[in-house]
Design a protein around this ligand. Sequence first.
Ligand SMILES: CC(C)(COP(=O)(O)OP(=O)(O)OC[C@H]1O[C@@H](n2cnc3c(N)ncnc32)[C@H](O)[C@@H]1OP(=O)(O)O)[C@@H](O)C(=O)NCCC(=O)NCCS
Length: 160
Amino acid sequence: MKIRTATVSDARALVALNQSVQDMHADAIPERFRRDVPEETVEHAFRAMIQAPSSYWLVTEEDQPIAFVSAEFREREESWCLVRHRVCYLAGIVVAPRFRRRGIARALLDEVKREADARDVASIELDVWAFNEQARQAFTRLGFRVVMERMTLSARTPNH
Ligand SMILES: CC(C)(COP(=O)(O)OP(=O)(O)OC[C@H]1O[C@@H](n2cnc3c(N)ncnc32)[C@H](O)[C@@H]1OP(=O)(O)O)[C@@H](O)C(=O)NCCC(=O)NCCS
């Protein structure tokens, strides 16, 4: 098993890997996540994201890609309330179902940590939906700690 940087030629395989995760989000939150998006549309978006200067995408490969992580390195300018800082935002991590619980996410994250350290970035951040209990447990085991919570309130009035 090998970890390498993703290239645009991986886009199609990564879209396929991501499909069940997109479906899982669409099942859980249909009002927010799209379903049945044409594959070419997703592939086009993945290609653009892989090529973006701020992006850092890794693939785990056996004969073909079986997992990936997508991260973004960003410099945040000082604002009226925040100090200038660098962040590594982990936009996605997906391991093919039959390869889970073998340490692949941990190995990918170790690489991202190495890269973040080399770029003088102190921490890696991600967002995870509350329903995604398995991913939340895995992230906790991987050392992530909750630092912020997003809360929602239904704006619908009864009988609306
Ligand atoms: C979350 C995910 C990436 C984890 O990948 P993985 O390769 O199975 O994770 P690892 O094998 O490296 O496990 C890392 C740690 O998390 C734990 N872990 C992994 N899956 C877990 C689960 N379902 N429940 C509880 N703990 C879990 C492992 O035991 C391990 O901890 P340990 O080393 O202390 O034992 C994988 O389940 C996945 O692809 N899920 C679907 C995609 C997804 O939801 N991504 C996140 C969207 S924000």
